[in-house]
Design a protein. Structure first.
Length: 328
């Protein structure tokens, strides 16, 4: 479930409005990437979405529609017998994908084994189970079919009083350890990759979702940097500005949704113009783009994956100089 992009480093000096990549060189024409993100792009930019009708080659659709088509393509590739109704929304596509992928590749049995180990408080056995899952699943399946469903199951058991505090903490810390090394130390690469900041705002202690998003973004070719929980939005914006970073992922599940949305509105006001902010978790809701920035609420983690796959395709297209004339 991974998708990567890379190009040779651009050796020109940074120009105003450009976005820095991992090598410190600017990403040329970030304004073209942002314009396509805001105003729509051709489905032909994303592998597997090339139009069958040559008359539709110049078609430009919104990012919402393009992301939905990526999910439909993924569903069709997973099950050739699956008929996808045109009216299906993101949640319905996600549910269908989760059902088919779980039946094909597993997850529930491993989750039950993990819970059994947790209830006995056998630390070594729990760690062996998680290491086995990490070895048997690719990173996308480990997160989407195992880690996130396990987190939701733990939350339900916690709410019902059916699991001990120590068992819940044991699972949470073990999952964080399983995901954290790659999030904290991105693997070296000879190719430039676009940087992305991932954090939770001040007051948000739940960070596993943000760490998982960081790891998934890395698997899609971004140099995603997890910078921690409870980071004030002004510090987040300052860190992004100093490093020329235009992509920020904000995770949150706090009950105080008004506070979470206030943090988001503040961040949208202080980040550099042309930034893209992804939000994920129950703390957030849809927020209109402000033209100077794009705020994208990810309804599910798969939705996030498909959005960054779309963004990666647009970036790759611009870097390879094959963007439509309107993006030049």
């Amino acid at each position: 479930m991974t998708s990567t992009f890379s190009t040779d480093a651009d050796e020109r000096k940074p120009a105003a409005g450009n976005c820095a990549d991992v090598s410190g060189a600017p990403l040329p024409h970030w304004s073209a990437v942002f314009s396509a993100w805001m105003d729509g792009a051709s489905p032909a930019l994303v592998s597997g979405l090339e139009p069958e009708d040559s008359d539709a080659a110049d078609e430009r659709v919104s990012i919402d529609e393009l992301t939905r088509r990526v999910m439909v393509r993924r569903l069709s590739a997973t099950s050739s017998h699956q008929v996808v109704p045109d009216e299906w929304d993101i949640e319905q596509l996600d549910a269908a994908l989760a059902d088919i992928e779980t039946r094909q590749r597993g997850g529930p049995a491993e989750i039950e084994e993990t819970l059994q180990r947790a209830r006995t408080l056998d630390i070594d056995a729990l760690h062996r189970t998680m290491r086995s899952c990490a070895a048997n699943f690719d990173i996308g399946d480990f997160i989407l079919l195992y880690a996130l469903p396990l987190m939701r199951r733990m939350g339900d058991l916690w709410a019902a009083g059916d699991i001990s505090v120590s068992a819940e903490h044991l699972v949470s810390t073990s999952l964080a350890a399983a995901l954290q090394p790659a999030a904290a130390h991105p693997p070296p690469s000879t190719q430039p990759r676009l940087k992305m900041l991932v954090a939770t705002p001040y007051g948000e202690l739940h960070e596993l979702g943000a760490i998982a998003a960081c790891r998934l973004a890395q698997s899609h070719g971004f140099e995603a940097l997890y910078i921690g929980a409870q980071l004030p939005v002004y510090e987040m914006a300052r860190l992004a500005k100093v490093n020329g970073i235009r992509i920020i992922v904000l995770g949150g599940s706090m009950d105080a949704k008004d506070m979470a949305m206030q943090h988001l509105r503040q961040l949208a006001q202080v980040v550099d113009s042309g930034s893209i902010i992804f939000t994920g978790g129950s703390a957030y809701e849809e927020m209109d783009d402000q033209r100077r920035v794009s705020v994208r609420h990810c309804r599910t983690m798969r939705h996030f994956c498909c959005q960054i796959e779309t963004l990666a395709a647009i970036i790759r297209s611009v870097r390879e100089n094959v963007a439509p004339a309107a993006l030049d």
